[in-house]
Write a protein that binds this ligand. Structure first.
Ligand SMILES: *Cc1c(COP(=O)(O)O)cnc(C)c1O
Length: 538
């Protein structure tokens, strides 16, 4: 253990030897790369027996202890951060595993029992407490301008924003700005954001698309003026702490699986509805550490850059070769949290695959090779819209992953079919089921995963499939209604969580960004609102 590095480097090589705290507070590396651990730890030899009865929190602690040096966060503090993060969850097991279709060994990992009912709560509740921990420590005994103040700026299509706000509301020395495209989030998602009126929470409603919001955030992070006055911090899944937090539920799901009466000693495949590749990348880290999954299955919607990569000869490109007219256009689907053009976190995987497949004799040389390869690929992505990886890298990717693309029609059909045919019995309070028929209601993102799981089951009968449920269906009422209205036993109000009721009557706080102000206009709004917030505190 003492030999583990527990330091971090940038995928593009310009920064290395960084501490966990540095990479969490910095978010993105200065060279544009993403932070990765210098070394991936293994689960201890006896983890399957020793850890078997650990709570979710204790597993989270054990996993994170491997990645975070003791000298950075002492164990008592780390436990406290973790316990506070998950005590807000609505389910005692935090991420329970449900036998969705026991006959076919299909299990559903319910990741939506956090405060905003999406899997992103697992990481963002924790990230909020981490930021707070580091800031309290840095600011001890300091006053006024000497205090480090974080300005979190994030773009959202709905889920990241609400989970980030929930994780950061009321925290000292942090202001959080969330840019969302007005009219394009679901009504519930919007309410989850704008009904939070804490002084440090700033909702910015932008006239435009999610990509416009994202571009503004990138421009702000690159802006010298902004950086001169503010310490910007990131909450999207480029932040390493988010990936780290998500490793826990893969391992937790395994213990629930082997304890379930329906468990047979069969191969395990894990299916993950994917957009920015953060969730499934956590599964890959778990697998590298020793989580015994046979394959990780990427499930994409019609924004299928990842699926196209796996079906090509290793070409990662924004432009589908057979329909170049589609270039640089995100499709709006029923699973908006997965509507992306490029998957940022794929860069992290490519780094490791490049490193692992390189045959240089020293670790240093292999590391340098990986950084150079990734830098060149990402530069091609920017200038030419795509890049090609060597066969060895593609092969290495294929030993770990498979991919499936699921259309809008299949998404809706899967919600309908699941409701009509799946009546899981080992569900707990808060599972979205019909009280009349027992039919299970999937959210559209989860449905993409289930459709992919069904195909994987066809090819691998008998294998256990854990399919990740990334959101509660009540967050995506229109897709769920489209699939289920008129079906016997379906009433939307019945699956509505208690905490969603009455939101529309609450007080709201949101700044409408006038159209045409550009990113500089948004920068001025951010600066003015931080200034005002800080004055309110003095
Ligand atoms: C964010 C999100 C996803 C995609 O996760 P990635 O980590 O970006 O791959 C899937 N489903 C829901 C509901 C989400 O909010």
């Amino acid at each position: 253990m003492a030999t583990l590095s527990q330091k971090y480097l940038s995928t593009r090589g310009a920064e290395y030897g960084l501490s966990f705290e540095e990479v969490v507070l910095q978010g993105l590396a200065k060279d544009g790369g993403l932070f990765i651990p210098e070394e991936i730890p293994s689960l201890p030899a006896n983890w399957e027996t020793e850890w078997a009865d650990f709570s979710f929190e204790e597993l989270a602690f054990q996993v994170q202890r491997l990645f975070i040096a003791d000298s950075e966060i002492p164990s008592d503090d780390l436990r406290d951060i973790i316990n506070r993060s998950y005590s807000t969850f609505y389910h005692p097991q935090r991420t329970p595993l449900v036998d969705l279709d026991a006959k076919n060994n299909l299990h559903l990992l319910e990741l939506f029992h956090g405060q905003t009912r999406a899997f992103k709560d697992v990481a963002l509740a924790y990230l909020g407490n981490l930021f707070e921990y580091f800031l309290v420590r840095k600011n001890e005994g300091k006053t006024g301008k000497d205090r480090l103040h974080l300005t979190v700026v994030g773009a959202t299509s709905g889920d990241t924003g609400s989970a980030a706000i929930s994780g950061l509301r009321g925290k000292k020395d942090v202001s959080v700005f969330i840019l969302f495209p007005e009219g394009r989030t679901s009504p519930i998602q919007r309410l989850q954001m704008v009904t939070v009126c804490d002084a440090n929470v700033h909702n910015l409603a932008v006239q435009g698309t999610f990509d416009n919001c994202q571009d503004t955030v990138k421009a702000l992070f690159a802006d010298p003026v902004m950086n001169a006055d503010h310490h910007l911090a990131a909450v999207n899944s480029i932040n390493w702490a988010r990936i780290l937090a998500q490793i826990t539920y893969y391992i937790h799901s395994y213990f629930q699986l082997v304890k379930s009466p329906s468990y047979k000693k069969e191969k395990l495949r894990v299916v993950v509805p994917s957009g920015n590749f953060g969730d499934i990348l956590a599964g890959w880290f778990a697998k590298q550490m020793g989580f015994p999954a046979d394959k990780l299955v990427i499930a994409t919607n019609e924004n299928d850059i990842l699926d196209r990569f796996f079906r090509s000869d290793g070409h990662y490109t924004k432009t589908p070769i057979d329909s170049p007219a589609q270039a640089e256009e995100v499709k709006e689907t029923h699973s908006p949290a997965m509507d992306i053009l490029v998957s940022s976190n794929f860069e992290r995987l490519l780094w490791f695959l490049s490193y692992q497949t390189n045959t240089s004799s020293t670790l240093e040389a292999r590391r340098q090779h990986a950084c150079e390869s990734v830098s060149a690929w990402l530069s091609d992505l920017k200038s030419k819209g795509g890049f090609q990886v060597p066969a060895a890298v593609l092969d290495a990717a294929k030993t770990e992953f498979e991919s499936e693309r699921v259309s809008n029609e299949e998404t809706i059909a899967t919600i309908r079919e699941t409701f009509a045919t799946c009546f899981p019995t080992n569900t707990g309070a808060g599972s979205p089921k019909s009280s009349k028929t027992g039919g299970y209601v999937l959210d559209p993102h989860t449905a993409v995963g289930i459709a992919a799981s069904r195909r994987s089951i066809e090819r691998n009968p008998g294998a256990h499939h854990i399919s990740l449920s990334t959101a509660h269906p009540a967050k995506f009422a229109s897709a769920v209604d489209l699939a289920l209205s008129g079906q016997d036993g379906y009433t939307f109000s019945e699956i509505l969580p208690q905490d969603f009721i009455g939101l529309e009557e609450r007080e709201t706080r949101v700044t409408s960004v006038p159209p045409g102000v550009g990113w500089e206009g948004i920068r001025d709004i951010v600066c003015a609102e931080v200034e005002q917030e800080l004055q309110g505190q003095r």
